[in-house]
Design a protein around this ligand. Sequence first.
Ligand code: GBH
Length: 565
Amino acid sequence: MADGQTNQPALSWTYMYNFATSRGYTFHCNSRRSLCVMLIAVLLLVWMFYMAISSIGGDSAFYVYPNIYNDAERDTFLFDTFPEDFMWSSATSAYQIEGGWNEDGKGVSIWDEFSHDPTLIYGGQSGDVACDSYHKWRDDIEILKEMKLKAYRFSISWSRLLPDGTVNSINEAGIRYYNELIDGLLEANIVPVVTLYHWDLPLNLHKKYGGWLNVAIVQDFNNFAKLCFMRFGDRVKNWITLNEPWVVAQLGYGSFVKAPGILGDGMKTYIAAHNLIKAHAAAWHTYDNEFRAKQGGIVGISLNCDWAEPYKRTNPVDVEASNRLLQFFIGWFAHPIFVDGDYPEIMKTRIDNKSRLQGYTESRLPKFTEEEKQFISGTSDFLGLNHYTTTYTAPAPEDNSVPPGWGKDNGVQKWFNKKWPGSGSGWLKGVPWGIRRLLEWLKEEYNDPDIYITENGFSAREPENLDDTGRVQYYMSYINEVLKAIKLDGVKVKGYTAWSLMDNFEWAAGYSERFGLYHVDFNNPSKPRRPKLSAKLYTTIVENNGFQEESHGTLEMYLDPNLFE
Ligand code: GBH
């Protein structure tokens, strides 16, 4: 099937919404007025004809994105509920919300340094104050309560606890901050889900030995993780070691997009990933050996992955390209951790071969020893998935030129269908059915793991008003596809996390790209949080534990663009 390639009219006009047409348009008739009148009459007749057909058929299917994708069966809305104990959540990360970058003894992180170079961030902005959650965490708990959420995923700033990154000195003020936040959440009946590393490496570890490029970091990360298990583990039962090691390795050490901003040479990205995987495994073993029996929690990792849709599903090379990209994208980390302690076969062969052709004496992809493979394999109690978008995939012409890199190594070209709805971020298009296909692929590939969706969300450019209909449409359709994955495909999805609780510092995009369910006014020193329409929709979904047939009408109201003009 070629989604969005054909444009057959859908049958159920009653429930169709097309945001593109809500902008309005004009046309001119001049002297040929009568012709125009006739044309309008004909169009009216055609429209009436469709209305008649749809009412005769009694077709009450509900669609969220129908005229973009034109696959009625796949895209029909599913009215059903999620499993009883489904974990509804929303997420943030320390550097993106906390501010207080140098308060009460906090050490400097690579993101403090990166964002203090005004040329690297949109508008010379930084996370120095951000949402000021270092002082306003009580407000954050209030809005979680307002949305009736069961859980909150936040991250701990490593350098707030350990100013130089090592356990040589512990900043008790930092410990106190997270203790208060955790206690406040528990008091509100909200489960804390804690990420240990969401990209804010203590600057000292970068300066001292190159951060993730040095295997020494495995020990320092493990010490930091152990400290967190020791101090917070009596109350925190859900741990995520690393957020998106792909971003850390590939955007931090493979291109200049994220801190520490190291330009790729086709090797550093793989070395950083190698150490990230080892550090994750070390922290998991520490929990497993020293804390699990007493604390009874779970430890996993959050991996980001787009769905790779074969451009033509009937073309074997496109299908192969799709699978290859998924192996390079999520398999890079998930294969060692969930399968056998080693990289996917296709990564090893391709990078080994290319390295040889490029004149390297050894493969650019480092190797794990047998002992390391044993140590790494099986070190995650669940798969955390951060998913936002989908691309088409097809093979790219082989490129063995230097400098090499992850993109040339995987040999896949990817692009978007122009019809897929855009967001405030160039890389993010709304393709709801992609999440269902990815979930099914993960189920097959990794032996039916427990999956928590630890991020999913949609951006808009600032300024954004509270009627965020694009985000409403995104959440409603994506969450519905997750429901289909559970109910129709049997994927063990245990929780869903909306990114993000509120507008925050969107890395190199500063405050220009907004992902929040709550709006934050960054010009106002008290950084007020106000619910967008999507926050209300999300609350409705959480309250109903899904989409009840009776709430049909309510859901339609959320989708009606005219209601909020
Ligand atoms: C998440 O990453 C992050 O965990 C979160 O902190 C962030 O706020 C959220 O996304 C929204 O961006 O065009 O080369 O810059 C999602 C995965 C991978 C998506 C990198 C954006 C940018 C590629 N991200 N990608 S590039």
